[in-house]
Structure formats: C-alpha cells, structure tokens
Design a protein around this ligand. Structure first.
Ligand SMILES: [Ca+2]
Ligand SMILES: [Ca+2]
Length: 133
C-alpha cells in the first residue's frame, strides 16, 4: 500500500501540486509550514536541520551532532522521490508510515506511552553514542 502511493506521488506532484497539497492533513500541513521557513512549499535539508535544532529534548536542547543525525535520517526517509526536498505529501506519507509503526495496539491513536517509545527509538537510533567526537 505504501509502495503504491509512493509510485503515484511524482505523477500527482507533476500534474496538480496544489491539489496534492490540499489533501494533506491540516495538522501535518501546519507543522510543515512552521518548518518551511522560506514558504516555497518544500522543505530543504537546511530547513529540516534548523527545525530539529529548535526542538527540545526533555529540558535540554538537542546536542548539535544528534540534531544533524536525526534531521538527516528524517530527511532521507521523508524524501521519497529523492529530489532533495520534502513536499507536504511526502511529509504526510512519512507521518502515516510512522503512525502505523508506532500505534502498537492499532487503535488509530498514538498514546503517550507509544509516543514515548517512538521518541526513545528515534533518539536512541539516530546517533547512539557521541556524534562527531
Ligand atoms: Ca522551503
Ligand atoms: Ca521529494
């Protein structure tokens, strides 16, 4: 199912970029717009880097090396058509894939426990151990 939607994505984007954007969940779009600081409708690696660097991890700021690793992993996964930028539809695709992965009891809701597990997986997986030292 995911694979199928990925193969359709470039066609949709080429034919009707506005329509594709309209189908994106408003919450995801709001998050997208916050990250799209130059408002060109796409996220670049630099914009994602900046967004992740602004995220708080508990009470502390994200260490720079870890932020870069997470942003890189996020970007490479989200950029489904590998054109070097992430569209709203690509971001929604990633969120849906993550949601179905982390919604472990499949009730359609990511509970706080499930969210915490997802967060731990992301933070632990993207750069276990010191980065860049
Ligand atoms: Ca942008
Ligand atoms: Ca892309």
């Amino acid at each position: 199912m995911f694979r199928r939607s990925l193969s359709l994505l470039p066609l949709l984007l080429l034919a009707t970029p506005a329509l594709a954007a309209d189908k994106v969940d408003p919450k995801i779009k709001a998050d997208f717009d916050k990250t799209d600081t130059n408002h060109d409708g796409f996220l670049t690696r630099a914009e994602v880097d900046a967004r992740v660097a602004r995220m708080d991890v508990g009470k502390a700021k994200m260490p720079a090396g870890k932020a870069k690793a997470i942003a890189g992993a996020w970007f490479n996964t989200a950029d489904a058509n590998h054109d070097g930028k992430v569209s709203p539809a690509e971001m929604q695709g990633l969120f849906r894939a993550l949601a179905s992965r982390y919604d472990t009891n499949h009730d359609g809701v990511i509970s706080l426990d499930e969210r915490a597990a997802a967060r731990a997986a992301v933070l632990g997986g993207a750069g276990a151990g010191p980065v860049g030292r």
